[in-house]
Design a protein around this ligand. Sequence first.
Ligand code: SF4
Length: 512
Amino acid sequence: MPTQNIFTTSLFNPNEFTITYELVPGQGSGGRRVEKLLEFAALAGQDGRIKALSITDNAGGHPALAPIAIGSEIRKTGIEPLLHFSLKDKNRSQIESHLFLYHRKNFNNLLVMGGDFPRISYYGQARPVFDLDSVQTLQLMRDMEEGTYRSGVKSDHPRFDPITFNRGCVVSPFKVTESEQVWQYAKFLQKTRAGAHFVVTQLGYDICKFEEFIRFLRESGISIPVLGNVFVPSLAVAKYMGKGQVPGVVFPEQLIHRMEQEQNSGNREARLVRAAKLICVLKGLGYSGVHLGGNGLSFDNVKFILDTFEELGSNWEPHRPDVHFPVADAWYLYPPARTGACGTKKTGLTPGRNNAAQRPHLITHNLLFSPPNLTSRLFGKLCMFCSRTRLRTSVLRAFERWIKGLLFHCRMCGDCTLEESTYICPQSGCPKNLLNGPCGGSRNQTCEVFPDRLCFWVRVYNRLDPRSDIEKLGSLPFMHPKNWALDQTSSWINFYNGTDHHRIKFDNNSKQ
Ligand code: SF4
């Protein structure tokens, strides 16, 4: 059970509706921007309705003041900080070190996310890290809590006292294509298996999608608290998002037109009233609370939203059409019925349309790596023979580099996961090198980093076994973090001498 504080006490009380608000620090250690965040926190503390102030971690991939810097000052206002824990800039040593630091300083509420790809910084773009993904990090945090932390590839006793966090994760119910949405839900199932205590949705304005996620949660038997994202954009930001400038966000055209009309008529409060109505609807749909945010909002704006929400009362259904802005041609797991509410769950997903592409590789893989059979025994003996001298190892490695470079753009990471990703390589194919499903940054099936390419995980979806579904994908064994000591070595030798992930895969997953 997570540590008790005003945020967790509210979040895990089914009779309370929890409100959080997102603060976005910028560059620099002080100045007017930081002062404004602290002034906001002080006013929110006096008001008392916001239970946690979340603080972003290099939001949008831009370097900014670390969240812990203002977290301690925010706590003095009586509000719990909810620190974003973004993985794009931290390798696993840094992740562990930060977890120790946060626990030491009593920052026990963390929102774990992969994070946007790094943008331009000092002398250019920072080198992206993405050493652990969100599933692996949640599992690491759970291992630290349960005393099952291990180092290296051997079981090891933890060398520190168990540490506990209130672990949050994120999900997007707002993807507009089947492949992206199915992966989002499947990865969410993995995150809950890895130990997420609560979830926050991506921003969106399609009520059917909000409702769909709640239905999916209930029908999957998951009862963790879920906070709906209520983002209040200005017209300029709405237009910016409408151009696809924010990773993973597909902003509805209809809402931009509505906001233009409101601006032309001088209705400055319209976006705040709409936010209040959205909160009211999300509460009616069964959300445990909302994660509020928006650019250029003063505390008076937020107070107005919360006051209006309270005045609206519990009769939420009449407000539903006022806050429903779907994206054209969006895919739904529960397609909306004529009434506008979620219909019945869709059957007949269409993964594996290009399944035939992986078959030759699958057959070769089974011949060479699925003991016991004659060819795999022979190939194993050849690998072990080569591993005994430096010269033979070099020859085998050069051959592996050549053939797998040609077929898979192999980077010789030494711990081959082609089998688990339908025989396309995540080290060369996914800019974030993700092993347990996609990030949230794709848009209309294209990659966040290379918008002219299909998202790696969309390609995987198209090559999957056509009988795959969300539950099967969500219950796949976790891919453990890569052991970078194997980099530039022969994955064939590592497979047969038992130093790659195959050795610990089953052991690792036995507790899931
Ligand atoms: S060895 Fe690593 S880099 Fe090479 S194909 Fe396999 S996963 Fe990709």
